[in-house]
Design a protein around this ligand. Structure first.
Ligand SMILES: [Zn+2]
Length: 438
């Protein structure tokens, strides 16, 4: 997570402009939203053709010039950008005039373990701030509401807590909390009058579980927002049961190209003012309603490091419907998460986030799930000292609950997982080819 600094947003005029516009544009008719997108992407295209080496060269080789682009539909003429192009040629995505956009350099390892560097500029930071502000406001958040930000890592923290007075955020990690000290966590939430929780779904679930087990129920949040990871169904059910509130799930990227925010009615709304989101089939045509496709995203604000038709590596299910909440922001039917940790469930849906289940099994030293065929899963368990058949049965029933009762689950007790890795361990190894999935 990136530390919040006021200097990254320091243009009150721009923040107020977007604060006003976004609260109105969420009810714009589709043609007005498209007009707004076209105005924004036009400026980015000007910038790419003139100042950004990657596009200048690549598009010239394709025989494209600025005048070939007169509407949003013309964007489909542009090739997709694979992540590998950014990893290999980061410098070529930087605008020649990058300094005037007050860039902030951001490094990320991502899910593939490949380090990548991107830049955020002032406008893209402002949209990140105001679009998230709008999302939280759907659940009752007002600027200044104290919130908890809980992650499932602790590398950004020097101590158990950090209080960021600038955004009134109380930052911590789920790794610090267990049965022995959960009372201290409660006291801190009371003292800071925390009303909203935001964080990794597994971290939010961990905290709810500890409070539930300890019988502490006077710190339940009014607002819960899940970020940065796929929210597994079992985790959502548990958090919503314990808090009595709907979880507002979200999807964003460190590349600042796409933002999708779930509303209290359950709709996953694309923020079209933030970025253009396309859901595409493998052949590059748009996925139809109910069909799964890759998320391809075009950021509408970052002129320091523009990404046009960026292939995110994530998947979503397209929707042709509108949301009962009344907002006109387009929706996707579901987020499918990263392809790297996906399992094909008994119903034929790709599911990710299953690793979250395994966090709570004492008695297993390490584990790996391998899928060789649709409808079945091989689970390799390296037992710890207190492993028994009861735990083995629990693992099977928990996975079935997540993936469907018809799923065949085979457990294997082993001394070592079948696909160890020297670099980045993969919990899910999927050996199903795309043809088998289809
Ligand atoms: Zn909605």
């Amino acid at each position: 997570m990136i530390p919040f600094k006021i200097s990254d947003f320091l243009s009150v005029r721009r923040v107020l402009h977007w604060r006003r516009l976004l609260w109105k544009s969420q009810f714009f008719p589709p043609d007005q939203l498209e007009q707004l997108q076209w105005e924004l992407v036009s400026a980015i295209l000007d910038n790419c053709f003139a100042d950004v080496p990657y596009y200048r060269e690549k598009w010239r080789l394709l025989g494209l010039s600025r005048s070939d682009f007169r509407s949003l539909a013309d964007l489909s003429r542009l090739p997709l950008i694979p992540k590998s192009d950014i990893i290999d040629g980061m410098e070529s995505f930087k605008s020649d005039r990058i300094e005037r956009y007050r860039p902030k350099s951001i490094r990320t390892a991502g899910t593939t373990g490949s380090p990548m560097q991107v830049y955020w500029d002032l406008d893209s930071n402002i949209l990140e701030l105001t679009c998230n502000w709008r999302h939280y406001s759907w659940f009752g958040y007002r600027l200044g509401t104290p919130f908890l930000d809980i992650r499932n890592f602790r590398r950004h923290l020097e101590d158990t807590w950090a209080w960021n007075w600038k955004c009134r955020g109380l930052e911590t990690s789920s790794l610090f909390w267990d049965e022995s000290n959960i009372g201290e966590c409660r006291d801190m939430l009371k003292q800071r009058r925390i009303r909203m929780w935001r964080g990794h779904p597994t971290a939010l679930g961990h905290l709810c579980r500890l409070f539930q087990n300890a019988g502490i129920d006077d710190v339940r949040p009014d607002i819960v927002v899940s970020v940065a990871e796929t929210l597994p169904k079992h985790e959502r059910r548990f958090i919503e049961d314990w808090t009595g509130r709907p979880v507002g799930d979200s999807y964003g990227l460190i590349e600042h190209t796409a933002l999708i925010c779930q509303c209290p009615a359950g709709g996953y709304h694309i923020a079209p003012e933030y970025g253009i989101v396309e859901i595409l089939r493998d052949d590059g045509t748009p996925a139809g309603p109910g069909e799964e496709g890759r998320i391809v995203a075009t950021g509408l604000h970052n002129r320091a490091f523009p990404l046009i038709r960026y292939d995110t590596g994530d998947f979503a299910v397209a929707s042709g419907e509108s949301c009962p909440c009344g907002r006109t922001l387009p929706i996707v039917k579901a987020l499918r998460g990263r392809v790297v940790d996906r399992i094909l469930d008994a119903g034929g849906n790709w599911v990710s986030g299953v690793h979250g289940l395994f966090k709570y099994y004492d008695g297993i030293r390490t584990s790996q799930v391998v899928q060789f065929e649709a409808g079945a899963l091989d689970v390799y368990l390296v037992p710890a000292r207190n492993f028994d058949d009861g735990l083995r049965a629990l693992v099977v029933s928990d996975i079935r609950r997540e993936l469907g009762e018809d799923m065949t689950i085979r457990t294997h007790i082993v001394n070592e997982v079948p696909f160890p890795s020297a670099n980045k361990f993969k919990f899910v190894v999927n050996r199903i080819g795309k043809s088998a999935a289809a």
